[in-house]
Write a protein that binds this ligand. Structure first.
Ligand SMILES: Cc1cc2nc3c(=O)[nH]c(=O)nc-3n(C[C@H](O)[C@H](O)[C@H](O)COP(=O)(O)OP(=O)(O)OC[C@H]3O[C@@H](n4cnc5c(N)ncnc54)[C@H](O)[C@@H]3O)c2cc1C
Length: 638
């Protein structure tokens, strides 16, 4: 079996110097940043190198970028990859995700023809997302263009006695083992192992090897589908991230000040999310017509016979947007036996529920679900289609968007209607989609262009659901997709569900520890003692949670993980100890009343998403904090 590793050179977002921002224009001075290989792509290469030990074959590293992106391929060669392919052409510049996925897929076709000599038996591996774009859209869109299966969020692999390759992947509910039965297949890595290190003899070899350099013509691209011209989204504004966060961090330097602030604010901020924006409802300008027409849809995610709460949040937003447009709200419900869930969707705001049932839709296989949903979009033409930025939504929405010829904004934190005027171009009643970009360092407002549907995934926990109204009525419409191939090329072998028994959701106080706690003993000591101290101080239940890194390190069981693939919680007080504040983590605590962070790195992103921060070592700050809490408590809480 052969391998293609998709790798990307990205700016080093971990070390953005303060003067790298031009705050007047809101732009980044790219020349001041170092370029590195995207971390997850390094892990993908490590994955391919390891797998190759068991199933031998050639490994090709493929990247698209400017000529200096060759560096990332030299790095790949120094790790032991056999060939480097650089897809470089000015005409490919400025591309969004479909305009990137398409030429990459064309290059993969050429690699198959010319390097693999027509052999279809290959695995495409790549990081799930890159730190600069952070959309996780290119890999599923490459798979959609190639018409092949994908398995996302892979963390491990295994070769059975029969030679069958199985991979383990993370899902919202736990983990799944998936058998790869047909090649080519694409897997995206969410975590594998520490990035490999170049070896001396390979580094020398890397600089003597030829790198295949291909341009847009060499890979036979259609000029209308590449670069800026082929892009289906357009960034209309960028602004500093701090303008977007709902929290303003007050950095405190002394433990006693922190205790004073906690006492003063605890329980005072239970409702964090903004109300539905009734104050400034959008109005279509007099005498104008909106650019898009049709229903506003949401994808209703579900599992174990229950709807995901994020689907209600999408419905709330769709309802809010539908009113000024005078359109209806539709919910798309896909699965094996899902019709009983329709009533709840109507109660939460759907006017129509499209029920798409088929035996092949019982398990979530992105390629099959994408086919079914695409047929529904083709048949009904909505103007807006929203998905939750859950693992499932982030895997499915890019494929659907690609298949229906639409742009997709990933991970939006704000969705509003607006008008756009640029020179002669005027667009009315379009969806303004705002999201964090560049590792959360800036916010970008994006609009769809050359798109049939305006599509976005929205981060769970940031939009507001309407309270259910059981008296609401709506239409249930059955749609029967044609799913020609019963064999999608991948098969789910087993599902391991993490029980949601930790009860974190009900606790008033949650203290969570990250990998910054270093060891399990330290984690237990620091996180446990602070939870006890705060629980006693505020005379309530305080529980222990964790970041995913801490869970992966074995500090605590997975039932305690907070975040995108863990639990979403809304305690009155949340304390993060040695947690960096990755978006996937903070997504889980958006609803918390007060957020406190203690981190030794004063530039840690968590300080942009908290109310009180202390830059310091958990091992020194926490014992002092616990002492203060004990003293105050002993002194009558005064
Ligand atoms: C699809 C996907 C889903 C994910 N889902 C989740 C999820 O549900 N939940 C989640 O948490 N993550 C999730 N992640 C992972 C996430 O991207 C981050 O990798 C993770 O949150 C980082 O955990 P961390 O903050 O413990 O570790 P790191 O990012 O390594 O941060 C450790 C922090 O500890 C600080 N530190 C180190 N030593 C000390 C010390 N002695 N005192 C004080 N501070 C110290 C460091 O400055 C650093 O900021 C997901 C990732 C992906 C790709």
């Amino acid at each position: 079996m052969n391998y293609i590793a998709l790798v990307k050179q990205v700016p080093d977002t971990k070390h953005i110097p303060r003067d790298a921002w031009d705050w007047d224009t809101g732009t980044l001075r790219r020349a001041l940043l170092d370029n590195v290989c995207n971390d997850l792509d390094q892990q993908a290469m490590a994955f391919a190198l390891e797998l190759r030990r068991e199933i031998p074959g050639q490994i090709v590293a493929l990247t698209m970028g400017p000529p200096f992106a060759e560096e990332v391929l030299r790095h790949a060669l120094s790790l032991g990859v056999d060939h480097g392919v650089l897809l470089t052409d000015r005409r490919l510049g400025g591309a969004d995700t479909p305009a990137t996925a398409y030429p990459l897929a064309q290059a993969i076709r050429k690699i198959e023809r010319e390097i693999f000599k027509g052999d279809h038996e290959y695995l495409i591996v790549t990081g799930m997302q890159s730190v600069d774009g952070d959309t996780a859209q290119v890999p599923p869109q490459v798979a959609e263009e190639l018409g092949i299966a994908q398995v996302a969020y892979v963390t491990d692999h295994n070769i059975g006695g029969d030679g069958m390759l199985t991979v383990q992947r993370v899902t919202r509910k736990g983990t799944e083992k998936v058998a790869i039965e047909r090649f080519p297949c694409l897997v995206t890595l969410t975590q594998w192992t520490l990035p490999p290190y170049p070896e001396f003899h390979q580094t020398r070899r890397a600089y003597s090897r030829e790198i295949h350099q291909w341009d847009a013509e060499a890979v036979k691209t259609d000029p209308s589908r590449i670069g800026l011209a082929g892009s289906r989204t357009n960034v209309v504004k960028i602004f500093p991230a701090k303008e977007a966060t709902q929290r303003r961090c007050l950095m405190v330097t002394e433990v006693k000040e922190l205790v004073r602030q906690l006492k003063a604010t605890y329980g005072s901020r239970e409702e964090k999310r903004p109300e539905h924006d009734k104050s400034r409802p959008y109005k279509v300008p007099l005498g104008k017509k909106t650019d898009y027409r049709g229903d506003l849809w949401i994808y209703a995610e579900h599992g174990d016979g229950k709807l995901h709460p994020a689907s209600f949040e999408l419905l709330g937003k769709a309802r809010e947007l539908a009113v000024p447009l005078g359109e209806k709200v539709g919910a798309v419900l896909v699965g094996g036996d899902v019709v009983p869930l329709a009533t709840e969707l109507i109660a939460h705001g759907a006017d129509k529920v499209f029920v798409v049932e088929h035996p092949s839709l019982k398990d979530f296989i992105a390629s099959v679900h994408s086919l079914a949903v695409t047929q529904l979009v083709d048949a009904r033409s909505p103007q807006i289609f929203l998905f939750s930025a859950t693992p499932l939504g982030r895997e499915l929405a890019p494929r659907v968007a690609y298949a229906v010829g639409s742009g997709l904004t990933a991970d939006s934190t704000d969705l509003q209607l607006g008008d756009l005027k640029r020179g002669k171009l005027e667009r009315v009643g379009i969806l303004m989609q705002t999201r964090p970009a560049l590792g959360g360092n800036i916010m970008a407002t994006i609009v769809s262009q050359h798109s049939r549907v305006q599509m976005s995934t929205a981060r769970p926990g940031v939009l507001q659901a309407f309270p259910p109204d059981p008296a609401r009525t709506g239409e249930v419409i059955h749609f029967h997709p044609k799913l020609p191939s019963p064999d999608p090329g991948v098969r789910i072998l087993s599902v391991e569900t993490v029980p949601e028994t930790s009860g974190l959701g009900g606790a008033d106080i949650v203290v969570a520890g990250g990998i910054g706690c270093r060891t399990k003993e330290n984690f237990d000591r620091q996180v446990g003692s602070l939870a006890d101290g705060l629980g006693r101080f505020f005379n309530t239940e305080a529980m222990v949670g964790a970041s995913r890194q801490a869970v992966e390190a074995g500090f605590i069981d997975r039932g305690r993980q907070i975040g995108q693939t863990g639990q979403t919680i809304a305690p009155k007080l949340y304390v993060a100890l040695g947690i960096s504040g990755a978006v996937q983590h903070v997504t889980g605590v958006r609803e918390a009343g007060i957020v406190v962070a203690i981190n030794k790195n004063p530039d840690a992103p968590i300080f942009r998403d908290c109310d009180f921060g202390m830059a310091g070592n958990v091992e020194t700050v926490v014992p002092e904090l616990v002492d203060w809490l004990n003293q105050k408590e002993a002194g009558g809480n005064g």
